[in-house]
Design a protein around this ligand. Structure first.
Ligand code: HEC
Length: 131
């Protein structure tokens, strides 16, 4: 390294290192996270909780012993179609949550806009369940 340029090494650290620590941590977690349990964003974590308290008793446990059992919806929104064949879009799933479908009850007025957005964000993941 040449001396006498008047610049210290630290000034040459490229701006790419100026990430906020939180963003860097999230990126590292996203890259290194276990495939089966990828790190969820805070919004997805909120959706995960809503799913756990409002949806999982049917969709995971079928506590009402419905026949046929409620379909598994894990990863459903990553595909083009839902188990019923309906389009796997936010608009369609939001409509089904609000109006219900078959034996699935209506959740009209049960979720705020923010909660609905969180739920949908979580449904787009492969839906790791709460521990
Ligand atoms: C009382 C049990 C019950 C609860 C609670 C419930 N579901 Fe369902 N859900 C069902 C049943 C039954 C179906 C199948 C409906 C059909 O296709 O006739 C279904 C279907 C679905 C589908 C797939 C629809 C399709 O077109 O294939 C999605 C997505 C879904 N539910 C999401 C949710 C979410 C999100 C919640 C919580 C907010 C929830 N469900 C709560 C019983 C339930």
């Amino acid at each position: 390294m040449r001396k006498g340029t008047g610049r210290t090494l630290i000034e040459w650290v490229p701006p790419v290192w100026n990430f906020r620590p939180g963003a860097t941590l999230a990126a590292v977690l996203a890259l290194t996270g276990c495939r089966r349990q990828p790190a969820l964003t805070p919004q997805q974590v909120e959706g995960q909780h809503l799913y756990a308290v409002r949806c999982a008793h049917c969709h995971e446990d079928n506590d009402l012993a419905l026949k046929p059992p409620p379909p598994s919806i894990h990863g459903a929104m990553a595909k083009a179609n839902l188990p019923s064949g309906a389009a796997a879009t936010d608009a369609e799933v939001r409509r089904q949550i609000i109006y219900g479908k078959g034996k699935m009850p209506s959740f009209s007025g049960r979720f705020t806009e923010e909660q609905m957005a969180a739920l949908l964000a979580y449904l787009h993941t492969d839906m790791p369940t709460e521990k």
